[in-house]
Design a protein around this ligand. Sequence first.
Ligand code: SF4
Length: 289
Amino acid sequence: MAAEVTVYKSEVKPTWCPGCGDFGVLNGFLKAVKELEIDPKTLVVVSGIGCSSNFPHFVRSYGFHGLHGRIIPVATGIRLANPELTVVGAGGDGDGYGIGLGHLVHAMRRNIDITYIVMNNAIYGLTVGQASPTSEKGMVTKSTPEGVIEWPVNPMATALSAGATYISRGFSGDPNHLAELIKGGIQHSGFSLVDVFSPCVTYNKDNTYAWFRERVYKLEDESHDPTDQTAAFTRANEWGERIPIGLFYRTEEKLTYEEEEPVLKKGPLVKQPLGLSKEQGRALLEEFL
Ligand code: SF4
């Protein structure tokens, strides 16, 4: 019998502000793993620092709440040690598109088979409202009283140029649609980005639910072909009165890093002999303790 969503919910209640977009992302995620019937014992959720990075606490699975901007290195390490696990990164735009952007670009070009959900609210919420890498030019925040003077990161275009093989964007106001994107990302063999418009109701008064509802449209409603990279770039650059959500791009033509890595041809590292005696293993551990 298929598991209920409650199987994947931990006993820890989310600490987010009432109405925070991250609730919708959590609901979409729980629906996705339930429908895929993923065994919680084979699921690992990795986060960094930020409001959204509390995510693993609310999921009944393995979890790793790490350092700011370091979701990708930790998720990569877990995945390479044991490619039999489903590895999901979950964090915010400051974490992923600011301090963690270098890691992200390399994971995408390597095509590591992880799914990375970025709860993008265009603000640093945990530190009470500074401009983030996706804040729009001109946006007034606590750190930019005269408006942001920089151009924002475009996550979709960045992922396309870095070589990610599954690139999508959802809206936390539509968790059912988002669940389908997350499911597709988890099922995809290769690096999957699921960027999510996830409003910060406390500190971002510009990009609200209402603001997004007036603008977002679904790519699948407009016959977008997600195998067409050029069309995906055109959609990625669309912003303003109309903003696309859905699956921008997907390709199966690239092998994953795990498939290419010769060491993993003998099976998961966790199942391979260390090549050390017990004494040598103990001595090595002691050297690091
Ligand atoms: Fe969500 Fe913003 Fe509250 Fe953080 S500060 S929990 S992002 S609404």
